[in-house]
Design a protein around this ligand. Sequence first.
Ligand SMILES: Cc1ncc(C[n+]2csc(CCOP(=O)(O)OP(=O)(O)O)c2C)c(N)n1
Ligand SMILES: [Mg+2]
Length: 822
Amino acid sequence: MSKSSAPQPQAAGPSRAEQRLLCLRELEKKVLWLSTWTIHNANHLRANRDGLKVGGHQASCASLVTLMTALYFDVLRPEDRVAVKPHASPVFHAIQYLLGQQSRANLERFRSLGGAQSYPSRTKDVDDVDFSTGSVGLGVAMTTFASLAQDYVRLKGWAPEDLPEGRMVALVGDAELDEGNVYEALLEGWKHDLRNVWWVIDYNRQSLDAVITDRLFGRIDRMFSNLGWRVVTVKYGKRLQAVFEQPGGASLRRWIDDCPNSLYSALVFQGGAAWRRQLEADIGDEPGVRAILAAHDDDALAGLMTNLGGHDLETVLEAFHAVQGEAPTCFIAYTIKGLGLPFAGHKDNHAGIMNPEQMAEFKRRNRIPDGAEWDRFAGLDLPEETLQAFLDGVSFATEGPRCYEAARVPAPADLPLPRAATMSTQEGFGRILAELARDGGALAERIVTASPDVTVSTNLGGWVNRRGIFDRHPRRDVFTEQKVVSAQRWAMSPEGQHIELGIAENNLFTLLGALGLSHSLFGVRLLPVGTLYDPFIQRGLDALNYACYQDARFMVVATPSGITLAPEGGAHQSVGTPLIGMAQDGLASFEPAFVDELAAIMAWAFDYMQRGGDPNAAARSEANWLRDTAGGSVSLRLSTRPLAQPQRALSGALKEDIIAGGYWLKAPAPGAGLAIVYSGAVAPEAIAAHREILEDAPEAGLLAVTSADRLNAGWHAAEQARRSGKPQARAAAERLLAPLAPDAALVTVIDGHPAALSWLGAVDGHPVQALGVEHFGQSGDLPDLYRHYRIDAEAILEACAAACLARGRRRGAAAGGPTGVG
Ligand SMILES: Cc1ncc(C[n+]2csc(CCOP(=O)(O)OP(=O)(O)O)c2C)c(N)n1
Ligand SMILES: [Mg+2]
């Protein structure tokens, strides 16, 4: 072959890696454009019918654009799960739109009914949200407990074979680190030898109100390393790094490192000329600095000084890809809130939205033609085919939505019923679980219990003795080995089925949320049961709400409750929890008095917790507030008060009534003028008062309310159904009250806020005397406390007498007779 005919060397095109970077840079621009435009469209271009600001957070979005572009289009794998910083929701939706998993119509309806949600939502969004976020800090902690849940199902060998282990990733606003629940989760994660978690901190040094204090961050960094986390700081972009190598670069670097957060933010906002003035004044005399400044015009200088690590794709990609292994990793990524937008760095930019003029300029800079605002590729420098081919190959999205289904665990119709003449519901609960633990079977296998340091005192001990404590590493029970006598045998191993937590109720509920989504996240059905003291529901309430909002499925057992825990004292008494049980969406709440009721409720609950299966079913079934097809979670308010147990066998119909929320313990005679209505541990007082009242009012009934929540929800559902054209709809509460005279009096009593039962008067217009607890805080024994708070038998009798007198007066008035008493 002659030399002249040899192939000429080709001009080298971009390497594969360079080509990827080029595509990512284009997509980064598009993600910023689309997220900004989505918010603009919602605020400026949609008809506004109510005069309310629609809102959205353009600056918070801009802060995360580079990091999320890198993660979603390059770093994440389908098995990874992400909690996105709540106010970066439009960035997430824009990315899913580019990946073909979100519709333009939904983006156009951002923040309107049925459109893309203001904060990513598992249940309300359609584009494969892994973890809902909104209440800051909770999504962050969720990743910790999701990782624990993943370990749990994988170590048991239950994970589907084709589903690799994933990383649980939180995109964290730096101000989220002010939330205490984040630290509760960090500590708990350390105890459980946390793995496969990434927290990517969007370190823009701004919160909602302000610029963050400078002294904070060295601390946070050290705290992560103290708890065994790998910390990766992503501070400077490539351009800054290159300048640092030049003469004067070291001075510039030192200046940046020493610069207070507020000044940096202010200079970002002011731009190139301000940077120049400040740098000249502060370090202009240091060798090399003036040359650096001279080499950059104002725009270039502003670009250089905002070239922080979290906005530099190459730097970010290198940082993510350099991380190997499963150690929990925190990336501190320096960013600028609002970068690329006119209010970048301004301390008041949190809720700032660009005005139409600013948007027009931004659009011009992005080279978006009119009418092409929603176009996936308009204004970009690479051909559409190249970008589409890149998107088609994005590994995170290759398998489409990643929401799994898991087979239901058959729940037996009946659970073992512990027998004893006298028992508390708390003891009954412990014995039912202990029996299940002993008998084995599919249900027992999939139950996983958890408690924040109240395992023994909520009667989970029997279950734990038989089923063991979960730990990634087998650990011996030294006390047992040393033959120290103890009722608790606490060996730990991957086979264990109880997760012991430190005292942090937030963690309990976040863990229940994660375990309760295992079917959807990891393809494995679990039946989580968590116990805590009833008053401390309030400590973890936001996390409970968060778990329900995500449609996680679990059973929470709150015990002991009310003032009935008596000598334990005021700080442990709960008053408002029955109302929480009624008001919490996604949670069916029960307060049984007797253990046979409890067993029926638990059997139903293990089935109810598994109903549905479609993540959007809950949303669609909102027309039926009882959610009986969609299912949900369950809470049980129990007590340590031993009660004489009724000797009876529950019929199927009675079990149904117990689940619907109530039944007549003593049926009223037709047309009766009085009924005593009770819930939970005050049953003996109601029974005693009822027995006594029969002498004067032999027709009076005694109504047991096992679930004020479901009775109430059923009533509302029936009202709703009738309004929407189903006149035959009838609620359990209506059926129960039907035998009473139209003007019959109800005396309600509960160890909790009286409003939990007093609404029953509104069902059929019956007047109510409502007894309950509105003040709290006394230690004492039951007779003293029930008297003090007036929920004893005597108080019930007094209320019955008052009710009957009032009824007599009303009747007298109606007949035109005297209205006085006697
Ligand atoms: C529990 C809770 N409290 C308050 C808020 C209101 N809020 C929304 S964002 C925010 C500050 C967020 O700052 P940061 O996490 O740093 O995100 P950035 O906007 O800087 O990106 C606050 C206080 C909230 N969403 N949740
Ligand atoms: Mg911030």
